[in-house]
Design a protein around this ligand. Structure first.
Ligand SMILES: *[C@@H]1O[C@H](CO)[C@@H](O)[C@H](O)[C@H]1NC(C)=O
Ligand SMILES: *[C@@H]1O[C@H](CO)[C@@H](O)[C@H](O)[C@H]1NC(C)=O
Ligand SMILES: *[C@@H]1O[C@H](CO)[C@@H](O)[C@H](O)[C@H]1NC(C)=O
Length: 806
């Protein structure tokens, strides 16, 4: 009896407890979201389920997308791009399908749109859900990296550390789930969701849309997509990630969410989804104009979003309210710019020596990696000081890292480069590494300006500023025709639709927009479509390298992880196609027979739907009414897209010989051209300079011959890494014989130089890489210079350093 009562009582208690729990979850609104309070995937999906799918919203969204996509420059080629990338997406068709489908909720309709754009593998071109969703992110608890396996098998995946290093994140994760994320550093991950870790990463990275090159996708996944999942593009993830960590039992780590905005209840959340978080908090028209005037879309959308996340995470409490966060874009406003400019001025006055910080980062073998300038204006500078133990001589390698081409302050960017060049010049730094890892691009002018600063403005086979064109569309037709008929628009030099903006092949202004209308018909994706003629944009190339320090191709390496995109890709492609440097690319597939590209998504120019709204506003201010409907979403979702395309610069990649007869029909846009890297390094710890830099510089003057001239350890390395080249044995034999002759010559030359040296004054060393030694005019990139004369200068310089240190 007692037992029965006991059971009865416990049932009552348990069931009442259950109903209590039920009550409390029902009472608290599923969309009650508080900033900096982590939530779980199921919590947010119950919130998203509360906003129903609506046919009318879907139709409006798809209509708008199709209007914008007409201006997408790769719309036609993406239908069937052919090799090497084989993109096959019919955007109109696939978007049309979405309009006909019913989804379980509003969020999933937007997700379906994301999934279509992902298949373009174009980092410039992506749909961005309304901000009520897009301001949310999910995180796996850890960032990861990988190291080469000693047995040559799949790389070993390891934990780098917590996803967010902010204390609140680590503490909240610990108090909620009991895991101390800091205690897992460098532990080996054997399996992820029961799949061998490297296999899991390779498979998952296939869907990364940041690049058309699978190797860059893999790097991006390791570095970014594994741990950070923005709901702007991604679906709600699973509840857990199950990690098999070495020497520990398999653990299910909760995946956690974060929102940049707070909501008190569902109706507030829905209101923001339907009207737009942004449009409810600001004067819409005023702001699009300010934003367009001050900050164009300089970076690919994913990077911009990531920047916003970082800003949101680091924002102080009082800045964390809803009104402020969307305004982060305005950090490039004119006010801040003048502030930073004055700062630059004081820095200029303060001058170099105090700023130079010789922090010894690490000692590796016979070299030291020394930070000379910390990252500033998006640029850092290091020296790798390699000591030859035999001759007791040292060789200096300068490593300029360009993080992006979108500095807050362009003058600061240039100032930083000038400081670096002063250093290179003053210290006779012999080799140069241009480090373009994880560089999402930026201001295209700056890309061209830096190229000519580093390599000089002499004539290269390719056009000074790349060949670009536009896709014909009703909207473009109307804008290009009406602008030239309106005096105000015609004379507005800064307006892209004015004939005065673009330059022709001879770098002359146009009188009319006939260049747009009399273009070319290309057959792309099996249909003919019209494109404009090729135009160039005006770029001021007056920024000069006052030290006149220009490095020969043999002395320059470009370092990349494949994630050098947009302006960075154009900058790097210009170097590659003019053969001004060799390239070293890290990471990618664990298979050296796979070719990797140092660049991704060169595109041409990225714009979004707001750009067209802004143009509409400008046109109406000129008194022009446009009949074609302007793309305008019902809420604050966005579509960023590649608006114009740049072509492969001298067509080398496509096997065309005659650079002067570029037939437009025959050439591929640079976006669809595969430029392979010269060398590969299998390092997947993408930011580990201490490992990457010494490996990279081992490729200077590297000639793949069977005769072992370098040190034995390097020889093994190079043989592995440069396998495809070493296949032509007869060439190798001949080059081996030539090398022997060169070495003989070298010895003679060194001898002569040493004799000559005694009578030389120090000032003759001003241009250390000038083949002629004393003649400034003869200085340049003359490719006919044979390698022995480089070697001469090399030794010349070494002996100079020897003399100095004595
Ligand atoms: C939801 O929150 C908003 C803003 O805090 C408030 O004005 C509104 O009355 C709330 N609605 C409901 C149904 O609780
Ligand atoms: C480079 O290394 C050598 C020998 O280790 C040392 O004497 C020299 O000072 C170093 N140079 C720089 C710039 O640190
Ligand atoms: C392109 O096609 C259009 C329509 O068929 C035609 O009017 C135009 O002349 C063509 N342009 C060129 C350059 O062939």
């Amino acid at each position: 009896m007692q037992r029965v009562i006991g059971t009865f009582l416990s049932i009552v208690i348990i069931s009442s407890l259950f109903s209590l729990v039920n009550c409390s979850t029902r009472l608290s609104d599923p969309c009650q979201i508080t900033e900096k309070v982590l939530f779980r995937p199921t919590e947010i999906s119950s919130c998203f389920d509360s906003l129903d799918y609506d046919q009318d919203r879907a139709t409006k969204t798809i209509d708008t997308l199709q209007q914008i996509v007409s201006q997408y420059i790769f719309k036609d080629i993406s239908k069937d791009s052919g090799p090497p990338f084989n993109i096959q997406i019919d955007l109109d068709e696939e978007l049309g399908q979405i309009a006909k489908t019913k989804y379980d909720n509003d969020f999933l309709m937007h997700q379906a749109i994301n999934n279509v754009f992902k298949k373009l593998y174009d980092a410039h071109t992506m749909y961005h859900k309304p901000w009520c969703y897009s301001a949310m992110f999910f995180f796996k608890p850890f960032q990861i990296y990988a190291v080469q396996s000693p047995d040559g098998n799949d790389p070993i995946v390891k934990i780098k550390g917590p996803t967010l290093t902010d204390d609140w994140f680590i503490q909240q994760y610990k108090s909620a789930y009991g895991y101390d994320l800091n205690s897992y550093q460098d532990k080996v991950i054997k399996t992820i969701d029961s799949i061998p870790a490297w296999k899991y990463i390779t498979e998952e990275s296939q869907d990364v849309w940041a690049s058309k090159d699978i190797n860059a996708r893999l790097n991006e996944y390791l570095f970014f997509d594994f741990h950070e999942m923005p709901l702007a593009y991604e679906n709600i993830p699973d509840e857990f990630v199950e990690l098999g960590i070495e020497n520990e039992k398999t653990t299910k780590f909760p995946i956690v969410g974060y929102s940049m905005f707070s909501y008190t209840n569902s109706s507030e959340f829905h209101k923001n989804c339907l009207k737009g978080v942004l449009s409810t908090t600001r004067d819409f028209q005023k702001n699009i104009i300010r934003e367009n005037a001050n900050s164009k879309n300089l970076l690919p959308p994913k990077r911009i979003l990531h920047e916003k996340l970082l800003t949101s995470l680091s924002a102080t409490k009082q800045h964390d309210d809803q009104e402020e966060i969307p305004e982060t874009q305005l950090k490039y406003s004119s006010q801040t710019e003048t502030e930073t400019k004055t700062k630059t001025k004081t820095v200029t006055e303060a001058k170099t020596e105090t700023e130079i910080e010789n922090r010894i980062e690490n000692k590796i073998n016979s070299g030291e990696l020394i930070t000379i300038f910390q990252k500033k204006y998006g640029i850092s500078f290091k020296i790798y000081n390699e000591t030859n133990l035999k001759s007791n001589s040292e060789t200096l390698h300068g490593i300029i890292r360009i993080y992006n081409f979108a500095p807050d302050n362009v003058q600061g960017f240039k100032y930083q480069i000038e400081q670096i060049y002063d250093y290179l010049y003053q210290h006779d730094v012999e080799y140069l590494v241009i480090d373009l890892r994880n560089n999402g691009g930026g201001i295209i002018d700056l890309g061209y300006q830096l190229f000519y600063y580093i390599f000089g403005t002499e004539e290269y086979p390719d056009p000074k500023i790349g060949n670009y064109d536009f896709r014909h569309s009703d909207l473009h037709d109307e804008m290009f025709s009406k602008c030239e008929l309106n005096e105000e628009c015609l004379n507005e030099k800064d307006n892209f639709f004015s004939p005065k903006y673009w330059l022709d092949a001879n770098e002359k202004e146009f009188e009319s927009n006939i260049w747009y209308f009399q273009g070319n018909n290309y057959t792309r994706g099996e249909k003919i479509h019209g494109y404009s003629s090729l135009v160039h944009e005006p770029v001021d190339l007056s920024w000069e390298n006052t030290n006149e320090l220009y490095y020969k191709p043999e002395k320059v390496l470009v370092l990349s992880d494949g994630r050098c995109g947009s302006t960075c890709a154009v900058f790097a492609a210009k170097i590659l196609e003019n053969e001004l440097a060799k390239t070293v690319t890290i990471g990618g597939k664990n298979d050296l027979s796979v070719k990797v590209s140092p660049i991704s998504f060169p595109g041409g120019e990225v714009e979004d739907n707001m750009f067209f709204l802004y143009q509409n506003y400008l046109f109406s201010s000129y008194g022009i009414t446009l009949k074609t409907i302007f793309p305008n979403f019902y809420s604050d979702q966005q579509l960023t897209f590649a608006w114009r395309e740049i072509y492969s610069m001298n067509n080398v990649g496509n096997g065309k010989k005659d650079k002067n007869v570029i037939k437009n029909e025959e050439i591929l846009p640079l976006e669809f051209t595969f430029l392979p890297s010269d060398y590969r390094i299998l390092i997947w710890d993408l930011e580990n300079d201490d490992a990457i830099i010494p490996e990279t510089i081992s490729y200077f003057n590297y000639v793949p011959t069977p005769i072992p001239t370098p040190t034995p350890t390097h020889q093994i390395n190079h043989k592995e890494n440069a396998e495809p080249i070493s296949k032509h044995y007869y060439i190798l034999f001949i080059s081996g014989v030539l090398t022997a002759i060169l070495i003989l010559l070298l010895i003679i030359i060194v001898f002569i130089v040493k004799l000559r040296k005694q009578s030389k004054s120090k000032t003759t060393h001003k241009l250390i890489f000038d083949v002629d030694g004393e003649n400034e005019d003869g200085f340049g990139f003359s490719l006919e210079t044979s390698s022995d004369s480089f070697q001469e200068k090399n030794d010349d310089e070494l002996s100079q350093i020897d003399n100095e240190s004595q």
